[in-house]
Design a protein around this ligand. Sequence first.
Ligand code: FES
Length: 128
Amino acid sequence: MSSRVVVCSGCCCGNIEKGHSEVPVDYLKKSWEENNLGSRVELMISGCLGPCKMNNVSVLVTESDMIWLGDLGEEEHYESLVEWGKEVARNDQSEKLPEILSKKRFEPMNVKEEIINSITINQKVKQD
Ligand code: FES
């Protein structure tokens, strides 16, 4: 496993009662299964990652990088996560970020070390 897509579905991300867009967890799981991505790129649905203000948050994790994305509210954003996963699975390496996602990139502040450790590649993680 060389890469992981972490999608936050915690206290804020995806919480429509707080006015945030729903996180399409079923769509993502189905897409991962249909494209047989699981053995190459892990999909991890996580609890709160910390930067709730940037909802909805996802992180693209590779062996050398951690790309934080926020404000993912459109279907196209999640479709692009799937496309990124497919490209990485096909080429067995990190692919260039699609433009629609590169606009959503941010550098998180003060993320707890235990969170970073839990999403870093080669760490044992609890999955949804
Ligand atoms: S709920 Fe997603 S970052 Fe906090």
